[in-house]
Design a protein around this ligand. Structure first.
Ligand code: PSV
Ligand code: MN
Length: 398
């Protein structure tokens, strides 16, 4: 593995020490598609089980100390948020982003913050503002917002009116943020709405975030792009605008497929991270980006899929660190397109796995997290413990 000029192995290790990935509670639970749900014996059903799985992932990787929570899925009525935070703390974890949910209740069929009905808009806003309180009580400093709002048919909604409702509501959410809390605005081009989505792309998300206030930024979910979209261009643009707040990492063949990172296009993650590393080198500091995973894997064992994604993201970030930016700049200065591209391709071709194995071993971590997890027998124990309970409580569990 060849280090680029100006980067020592120690620098690389230190940067990796600061490359943390947040895992999502919902990535450990049984999820499916609109065509059905296939249950896994070992999948988590309770917040305690989700936290235990997240702790198992952090235990073998050492880089996933934060867990994202989804308000409706993780805080059943009567759940004490500080008890959830304490439970996480006892497992060596912290609560990461808090994700309000204004897309599931029946009243949101025609939208939440963009619903024609002011009462529904008010209910959605109240839920989001209550979620800020919940974030405070769990020690979270990130409110992560995604809206299913949109329309399915031309003429169904007044698009500009909906835009104004959303902007007004987001400004009120921003005004309710306590000091130190950031707010991320996620975009998605389609699904569940298929004609128009109220925040369809990064530009709309950036406009809404700017209008909301200085602590609002854009959240890039790698699955939320149309095929062929140049995601690293969006990332570079948002960095330059000071508007990149974080990622929801997952891979996709078509759109929001929730596949494990690198399963389809590892080079894409490398190119995205390459833009970040380049900007960090030029600015001489780490960018404040929340690296979150958003993966609801349907067929691989949940925890193993999470480990695959963590390791793949770490590998691509390491490769991005290996790009010889000086060589690329020199090649660009002589209009040598071939050698400029080669600087990226050489780094992407590096086998960083032996280096990462040594890096982990030096930190008392297993050299191969997935192998260590398999050896631990965790999944079999979780299945034996959880399946009988799920059989008793879930009607469709067979
Ligand atoms: C929507 O597709 C999304 O990406 C949002 O981030 C949600 O919070 C998450 O997925 C739910 O799985
Ligand atoms: Mn997402």
């Amino acid at each position: 593995m060849k280090l680029p000029r100006g980067l020592s192995e120690q620098d690389l290790c230190r940067r990796l020490d600061r490359f943390e990935l947040e895992t999502p509670s919902w990535g450990y639970a049984d999820t499916g598609t609109r065509f059905g749900k296939f249950f896994q014996d070992a999948a988590a059903a309770t917040i305690e089980e989700k936290l235990a799985d997240a702790a198992a992932v952090h235990g073998v990787t050492g880089c996933c100390p934060r867990v994202a929570l989804h308000v409706l899925w993780d805080f059943a009525a009567g759940t004490d948020p500080s008890a959830v935070a304490a439970r996480a703390g006892a497992l060596g974890l912290r609560i990461g982003s808090i994700n309000p949910n204004v897309f599931q209740d029946q009243c949101y069929k025609l939208g939440s913050l963009t619903n024609r009905d002011a009462a529904v808009r008010g209910r959605a806003l109240d839920h989001i503002i209550e979620s800020i309180g919940l974030a405070q009580r769990t020690g979270s400093d990130v409110l992560s917002l995604w809206f299913a709002d949109g329309t399915n048919y031309p003429g169904q909604g007044h698009i500009r009116q909906r835009k104004r409702w959303l902007a007004e509501a987001l400004a009120r959410v921003h005004a309710a943020l306590p000091p130190g809390m950031a707010m991320l605005v996620e975009y998605k081009p389609f699904e569940p709405a298929f004609y128009h989505t109220d925040i369809a792309d990064w530009g709309m998300a950036a406009a809404f975030a700017r209008a909301a206030g200085p602590r609002a930024r854009v959240l890039v979910d790698t699955g939320h792009h149309l095929p062929g979209c140049n995601i690293e261009h969006i990332v570079a643009f948002l960095i330059d605008e000071g508007m990149l707040g974080g990622f929801h990492l997952n891979d996709r063949k078509y759109a929001d497929d929730d596949l494990t990172v690198g399963a389809i296009d590892p080079y894409q993650f490398f190119r995205v991270f390459q833009e970040i590393v380049l900007a960090e080198r030029e600015m001489g500091r780490d960018l404040p980006i929340a690296y979150m995973i958003d993966q609801s894997e349907s067929i691989k064992p949940k925890t193993e899929a999470m480990l695959e994604t963590v390791v793949a993201a770490q590998e691509q970030f390491t490769r991005a660190m290996l790009v010889d930016h000086a060589a690329a700049a020199e090649a660009r200065a002589r209009d040598d397109v071939v050698m400029a591209e080669r600087a990226l391709k050489d780094a992407f071709a590096a086998d960083v796995r032996p280096f990462l194995a040594d890096y982990r071993a030096a930190r008392g971590l297993p050299r191969d997290p997935l192998d260590a997890f398999r050896q631990s027998g965790y999944l079999a124990r979780a299945a034996a413990d959880r399946a009988p309970r799920k059989r008793n409580t879930t009607a469709s569990y067979a």
